[in-house]
Ligand binder design. Structure first.
Ligand SMILES: [Zn+2]
Length: 143
C-alpha cells in the first residue's frame, strides 16, 4: 500500500510540473476570434470566363461562429493576416483548455486514489490497535 502511495505521489509531482505550461495560454493578451478561414473555389457564372475551363475563382472566407448563428464573411484582403492570427490563436486557446480539462481529471483521479490509499492506511492502523469500543458520549452539560 505504501509503495502504491509513493507511486501515486510521484505521478502527482509529475502532473504538477505540467501545470505552468498548461496555463501559459491563459496569460496571453492577443485578441481571439472564434472562427476559421477557408478558401472558397467557385464559378462566377459568366459563360466566357476562365472558370468555365476549370480555373475556379478563389477567395478567402471567414467562417465566424461567435455570438449567434455561424456566418460566412468575405474579409478584405488586408484583414486576412490578422484574421488568420486571431482564429489560429483562438483554436490554440481551445486546445489548451481541452488539455487542461484532461489534466484536471487526471489529477483528481490521482488525488482520489491517494486519499483512498491513505484511508486504507488509517483503517489498518486503527484496527491494529484493537480499537476499544467507544462509549457513547453523554452530553456535556451546557455552561
Ligand atoms: Zn468566372
Amino acid at each position: 500500500m505504501t509503495s502504491r502511495l509513493s507511486s501515486l505521489r510521484s505521478q502527482l509531482a509529475l502532473a504538477a510540473q505540467e501545470l505552468p505550461r498548461l496555463l501559459e495560454r491563459g496569460f496571453e493578451r492577443a485578441p481571439l476570434l472564434p472562427g476559421s478561414l477557408y478558401t472558397l473555389r467557385r464559378k462566377c457564372g459568366k459563360s466566357n470566363c476562365r472558370c468555365t475551363r476549370g480555373e475556379l475563382h478563389e477567395s478567402t472566407v471567414l467562417s465566424y461562429r461567435g455570438q449567434g448563428q455561424p456566418r460566412n464573411i468575405s474579409p478584405a484582403p488586408e484583414q486576412i493576416d490578422a484574421l488568420r492570427r486571431m482564429t489560429t490563436d483562438y483554436r490554440r486557446v481551445r486546445q489548451a483548455r481541452a488539455e487542461f480539462v484532461r489534466w484536471q481529471r487526471k489529477v483528481l483521479a490521482l488525488l482520489d486514489a491517494m486519499e483512498a490509499a491513505r484511508v486504507a492506511l488509517g483503517e489498518a492502523e486503527f484496527q491494529k490497535k484493537g480499537s476499544p469500543a467507544v462509549k457513547s458520549r453523554s452530553r456535556s452539560p451546557r455552561r
